[in-house]
Every structure is written in structure tokens, then in C-alpha cells.
Design a protein around this ligand. Structure first.
Ligand SMILES: [Ca+2]
Length: 394
């Protein structure tokens, strides 16, 4: 029995499902986020030297994502459906104009991204779980940020039909240098659907900023395929970032029990789930559809973890002044750490785990305009942390 309980707990932790106490999205705790006058700070050690962790804000309810505005303040989402502006020692009230979200399980308000042309268009993009009766699907909306409100909200993308009852929505939003919007998604725990090109579950999609489909997407004009698809065979992608030098899109993906992955998704390629995987079912049995760890025509991950960290948001640090310059950072929900990867080109050369003793579920990590890392912890009393990397200027 103890084993069963442990496995269940592992399963929930591994897929980023509701933490202990569950159901917080449906019955959200009252938020009272606070930026104290003297934030708690601590110096910790890493292989590359000491780094400082400062708890800028506490009292955020399951914060999911942050995005910097050109003025240096941040937009921060809370999963129950709130968007706030944080900066200059203050936390705003929830902004008006945010879409209604489906709040069951892993659903809710997810990623936030700022338009590459924000100075001209003031557009903010949100990904979220959108309801349709008892079901839900990943959706993306955009709106203009005017003062402390979103105006003119327009849904630019939605999965249809809606199939999820709370699992595997993804989702991250990344604009590439050509201005295309990539939306990472999950397969809503309907494994085989990740291979169906006429379904949007388990797919990375590539859109124009208004949600229309670019003419050069790989499945445009192909019968029984959704033209928005860029790559497929994905399980649940909760992390994505552009490499600061190659400018390629990197994504992270939850495996089941084991088999979390890093990928650099290429147009039209099949990333294998659930036909190939380095993981097994939470029950301890094999994935029913799996043929093994590799097969012809299916892409191998760039890197994988045999024990699932529960990968969430990710960021490259591109700050020339730091001993962590060029490293890739990934939030770990299940193992409750911040993962630091040293890269050799596109190869993972070395891994270090940070913040392990704090046991925080790390939901997101981003680089600020000041070259520091900003981290969100996924808790009822969630935190915004600033991390000053070793050797960075104070
Ligand atoms: Ca894969």
C-alpha cells in the first residue's frame, strides 16, 4: 500500500498535477502577494561560485509564467486566472480583461508573452486552458495592455475538439526572430492522439501573430493534417526558449515515469510519443503503444532524463559577466530544483542541481534585462525569486 501511495504521489508530482491539498484551481486561495521592503536574501554555493537568492514577492497563488515589459517591470500569471504587473517593489491588483479559464487539474492561466513589437502594438499574448462543457483545450488570446487592463481581447488559437479533463495542456509561447509564434501543447493524456496529424493535441504549432497559419508550415496542403502543426509526437511541453546564439527553438517535455526530454523541434518531424519513450507508465508497466526507445523515422531527444525532474519553464542565460553564461536553466516540479546545464554546442555537457534544499516546485525561470534569473515557485504561497549568478554585477 505504501508503494502504491508513493507511486501515486510520484505520478501527480511528475506530471505537474495539483499539489498536496489539491483542487486549488477550482477553489483558489485568496491571494495577497507582497513585495517586502527588505526581501529575504541568502547566498548559496554552486560549482561555479556563490550566488544570491532573493525572495522578491511571496503570496502569489500558483504563479505560472513571467514576461518582462520594455520598462523593466514583469507580467506574471497566476494559474487560477490572474495577471499582475510586478516591479519597482510593488505588485499590482489583478488586471481586468483576462480570459475566463478552465481551472481543473493542470488547467488555468498559463503562459504570458509580450509582442516583439510591443512598443508599437502594446500586445500581450496569453495561453490558457479554455472550457467547453466538461472538457477543455489549450487556447491563445492576445489583447492590448492599456494602463492596468487588457483591452480588445481576441482568441487567436484554440484546440478543437476540446478533450482534456485537466491534464497536459502545455503551454509556452515563444516568438522566433522571423516573428512567428510557437505554441507548445500537451496531448491531454490521450497518448495516441500525439501521432494523429488531424488533431492538435500533442503538437507544437507555428502561427502568425494574428493566429493565421504561415504558408510554409510543413503540413500546409496535406490532406487530413492540421496546417498549424510544426512538429508532432509530443507528450506535454511546458518549457520553450530561443537559443541566444543559434536562435533555434528549444523545448522541454514531460515524460511519463522517466523520459523527460529536451528537443530542438524541426519542421514536420515526429518526436515519437508514445511510440518511443525513455519512460514507463506511472503504474510501473510499459506504455502500451511503446515499441522501445528508438525507431526508424522517429526523432531521438537532444537529451533525456531517466528519472523525471518534471520539467517546466526554461531559459538560457546570456550574460557575459557571469560564470553561468551560456548555461540553460530548467525548472523542476517533481524533484523541486533548478537544473543548470552546461552546453557544448547543442550537446548537454554537464548538469548541476540548484536550490535542492529549498524543495520548491520551480514553475518558471527567465532572464531579466539586468542579466539576473527570475524564478517562480508553484505553491499556494508562491514566490518570485531573483537569482544573482556567480560573478554577475550587483
Ligand atoms: Ca520524444
Amino acid at each position: 500500500m505504501r508503494t502504491l501511495i508513493a507511486l501515486t504521489a510520484l505520478a501527480l508530482a511528475g506530471c505537474g498535477a495539483r499539489p498536496t491539498g489539491g483542487g486549488e484551481a477550482a477553489a483558489a486561495p485568496v491571494a495577497s502577494p507582497n513585495w517586502p521592503a527588505t526581501p529575504a536574501t541568502e547566498t548559496l554555493t554552486s560549482e561555479k561560485g556563490p550566488f544570491r537568492v532573493t525572495e522578491l514577492v511571496t503570496g502569489l497563488v500558483h504563479p505560472w509564467s513571467l514576461a518582462f515589459l520594455p520598462d523593466g517591470r514583469m507580467l506574471v500569471t497566476e494559474r487560477p486566472g490572474r495577471l499582475r504587473i510586478i516591479g519597482n517593489g510593488a505588485v499590482s491588483a489583478p488586471l481586468a480583461g483576462v480570459p475566463a479559464v478552465y481551472g481543473e487539474g493542470q488547467g488555468g492561466l498559463l503562459d504570458v508573452a509580450v509582442s516583439p513589437q510591443f512598443a508599437e502594438d502594446r500586445l500581450v499574448y496569453l495561453s490558457y486552458a479554455e472550457a467547453d462543457g466538461d472538457n477543455a483545450g489549450t487556447a491563445v488570446a492576445r489583447a492590448r495592455l492599456e494602463g492596468d487592463a487588457l483591452q480588445g481581447l481576441t482568441v487567436i488559437y484554440r484546440q478543437s475538439p476540446k478533450l482534456s479533463q485537466g491534464a497536459h495542456f502545455g503551454s509556452r509561447l515563444v516568438f522566433d526572430d522571423q516573428g512567428f509564434l510557437f505554441v507548445t501543447q500537451g496531448e491531454h493524456n490521450k497518448r495516441a492522439m500525439a501521432q494523429d496529424l488531424d488533431k492538435l493535441q500533442g503538437k507544437l504549432v507555428r502561427l502568425r501573430p494574428d493566429g493565421s497559419v504561415p504558408d510554409d508550415n510543413p503540413f500546409v496542403g496535406r490532406p487530413y493534417a492540421r496546417p498549424a502543426i510544426w512538429s508532432y509526437g509530443h507528450r506535454n511541453m511546458q518549457g520553450a526558449a530561443l537559443h541566444p546564439v543559434t536562435r533555434a527553438l528549444w523545448t522541454s517535455e514531460h515524460g511519463p515515469r522517466g523520459g523527460d526530454e529536451l528537443n530542438i523541434p524541426q519542421a514536420g518531424r515526429n518526436y515519437g510519443w508514445p511510440i518511443i519513450t525513455y519512460g514507463i507508465n506511472y503504474s510501473g508497466l510499459p506504455i502500451p503503444e511503446a515499441k522501445g526507445e528508438a525507431a526508424d523515422g522517429l526523432e531521438q531527444p537532444l537529451h533525456y532524463w531517466k528519472v523525471s525532474p518534471g520539467l517546466s519553464g526554461m531559459a538560457f542565460l546570456a550574460d557575459g559577466g557571469s560564470a553561468w553564461n551560456g548555461n540553460l536553466f530548467l525548472g523542476a516540479l517533481a524533484t523541486r530544483e533548478l537544473i543548470r546545464l552546461e552546453l557544448d554546442g547543442d550537446r548537454v555537457a554537464h548538469e548541476e542541481r540548484l536550490l535542492t534544499a529549498r524543495k520548491w516546485r520551480i514553475r518558471d525561470v527567465r532572464q531579466g534585462p539586468d542579466g539576473k534569473l527570475y524564478v517562480l515557485t508553484d505553491e499556494d504561497d508562491g514566490r518570485l525569486l531573483r537569482i544573482d549568478p556567480p560573478g554577475s554585477t550587483p
